[in-house]
Write a protein that binds this ligand. Sequence first.
Ligand code: DPN
Ligand code: CA
Ligand code: ZN
Length: 322
Amino acid sequence: MKLRLALVTLSTVALTAAIAYGTASGAQAPALSPAQAQIAAGPDIPGADVQAHLAQLQAIADANGGNRAHGEPGFRAGLDYIKGALDAAGFTTQLQEFSAFGTGWNLIADWPGGDENQVMMFGGHADGVSAGPGINDNGSGSAGLLEVALTVAEQTLQPAKHLRFAWWGAEELGLIGSTHYVSSLPQTELDKIAGYVNFDMIGSPNPGYFVYSSEGQPEGSANIEKMLTDHYAALSIPTETTNIGGRSDHAAFADAGIPIGGVFSGAEQTKSSEQAAKWGGTAGEAFDECYHSSCDTVDNIDATALDNNSDAIADAVWTLTA
Ligand code: DPN
Ligand code: CA
Ligand code: ZN
């Protein structure tokens, strides 16, 4: 009954959105109205709140030699900012130290409660390259995850599964932090992880809406792909699947047989004219012209993509832990 009502509301909203925004080429993917955002199980995350975290990460980079790279002071300062906010909100946090090209840390944040035998994880990397502040890569995923975690606390979410967030270190040096985390867990603990959803670059300035393909991934990944795809479809935001292979922190989980998924707004690849027609933005230019460079600042963010993808994180957290 509840489900049927939700579906009716959903298709009405989808239809309205399709009429309102049409398929005019060059149109921006719409920001969600509060009514649209409500059709998701998860709450509407205000984009401005995510941007406020990005401004903090930018300021931290500015105060620490211009970056948040592994082995540099800006990395730990950024991680401490995230940890401080989570601690104040009631998360149980832990810094997992590892050493590779110097000392690095993963930040693991557990939300108390839920079935400890079914752990659902959501994460992204907190380090950047040394060339710049790393705001889209991956301040964006880090900030979206943080704001969703703070909303979990605000709403005292009581998920059926146990909810765990992670901010990884040393991704840019070869997925070192996430690989260390997975290899540090005994098989009995790995068996309890129901899934891992990754958010690496979610506010690209010339954005695409990519959902990680479940093809060739562990069984169960298709459910995550479908949930994310359905989220955007309900909002009339077209998506493409992407085979990102081993390019981010889901890889170690996939190698351990854990279901994975994720969302990505594009990096150095060029947006095609077909993609520009459905997503807006500029064909023939990279999704992120500032990928891994000094200009990956707060100005290198599409506010609408950041907001839409943060809402997708929230929906994923609420839906996949239920
Ligand atoms: N792994 C990303 C980076 O940090 O450089 C780039 C990337 C993310 C590529 C997601 C593909 C998919
Ligand atoms: Ca929102
Ligand atoms: Zn990245």
